[in-house]
Design a protein around this ligand. Structure first.
Ligand code: G6P
Length: 362
């Protein structure tokens, strides 16, 4: 029960939940590892993943953003073709299904009505469904064939933080397990890499003053803000923009770096904050040219990069982690910047206006 969960010394649940992320990573490692250091997973899930010819991820909000990263994991690590769909759109934009689809519902609460109506439909069609949720006894969990638990502990703040990183961690484990079950050769130990992620998250949580300062400098009075990135960084930017909108009411948008010039760059004025992510080696120089383009138009740039890819003038450099797992770490600065921006703007961090933690109506 939410009322039993204490904030302890934290002023807000959101800050507490951001800080819990390193522990959630360790908990996930523990829960998904057996005594032989192999992945511990329901044999039926392994079989369903191995047998399907395509995964359809269905989610909403922050969980949808985790799904976008999940697609990259499933395709790049496990070679499983994957589509990601916004739950509320799925019924009208019903895709042509493959022969052996597997539906994967990602939901922190397990109660989101938009997802449930898709599940009712796919159950009717007889397609198998896996729910990845923080609440194993939830409606989606009960009504689908299989469940994977996030083990993130109760998330109380409306703006999702630790559930998002937990979703990505569990999806990475699922992808590696599937790759192994398919006999693919893989140079990626998910538990070791998630351990490194956990330490990197910890190092980040110790530097809150810096993000407080960034929020103060860039966001205390602005009307809008842009997040740009390429590859995985683009998806993290979408989540960064959502966080900022949800709790600070700043109009924020996430963009693919290369897409800026096709319209959005028209909005860049003197002092417009542009937060850029640069954690992906193969696009490092192109995202940096995008930053130059916006600086030329007067933008206030804030670059968050990865150790080894950093350049002079970057606002923050995140510790080195596996290139596929950078989203799990690079989102923390964005969560913290949003948190402090909301504080500086006197917003109700844990209970933003017009929003509900779980939306049980369509
Ligand atoms: C609501 C919440 C969001 C959340 C979304 C999906 O809109 O405010 O934070 O991402 O629902 O929730 P779920 O529980 O399905 O992950």
């Amino acid at each position: 029960d939410a009322s039993d969960i204490e904030k302890g010394t934290y002023p807000h649940f959101m800050l507490k939940e951001i800080d819990e992320q390193p522990f959630v990573m360790r908990k996930i490692i523990q829960e998904y590892q057996d005594e032989h250091d192999d992945i511990k997973l329901d044999e039926d899930i392994r079989k369903a993943m191995k047998e399907c010819d395509r995964v359809y991820i269905i989610a909403a909000g922050t969980s949808y953003h985790a799904g976008l990263i999940g697609k990259e994991f499933l395709e790049k690590i496990a070679e499983v073709p994957t589509e990601v769909h916004v739950a509320s759109e799925f019924s009208y934009n019903f895709p042509l299904l493959s022969e052996k689809p597997l539906f994967v519902f990602i939901s922190q609460s397990g109660e989101t009505a938009d997802l449930r109506s898709v599940l009712v439909e796919t159950n009717k069609l007889g397609h198998p469904a896996l729910t990845i949720t923080n609440v194993p006894g939830s409606t989606l969990s009960r009504e689908s064939n299989y469940t994977m638990h996030l083990h993130a502990g109760p998330e109380i703040a409306v703006a999702s933080t630790k559930a998002y990183t937990a979703q990505m961690a569990v999806l990475a484990i699922l992808a590696v397990d599937t790759a192994r079950a398919k006999g693919l050769t893989l140079d990626f130990d998910p538990m070791k890499e998630l351990g490194i992620v956990s330490s990197a998250m910890e190092a980040l949580c110790d530097q809150k003053e810096l993000f407080d300062q960034i929020a103060r400098d860039y966001l205390s009075t602005t009307r809008n803000c842009f997040f740009i990135g390429r590859g995985l960084d683009y998806y993290v930017g979408l989540e960064g923009a959502l966080k900022l909108k949800e709790i600070s009411y700043i109009q924020a948008e996430g963009f693919a770096g290369g897409e800026l010039k096709h319209g959005t760059i028209a909005l860049i004025e003197d002092g417009t904050p542009v937060i850029a992510l640069a954690t992906q080696e193969h696009v490092n120089s192109s995202i940096r040219s995008n930053v130059q383009e916006v600086i030329t138009r007067g933008a206030n740039d804030c670059i968050i990069s990865l150790e080894g890819l950093d350049r002079e003038g970057d606002a923050f450099v995140i510790p080195k982690v596996h290139s596929l797992l950078t989203p799990l770490v690079s989102v923390l600065p964005l969560q913290l910047i949003s948190y402090y921006a909301a504080l500086h703007r006197d917003c109700d961090v844990d209970k933003p206006r017009n929003l509900a933690k779980s939306v049980t109506v369509e």
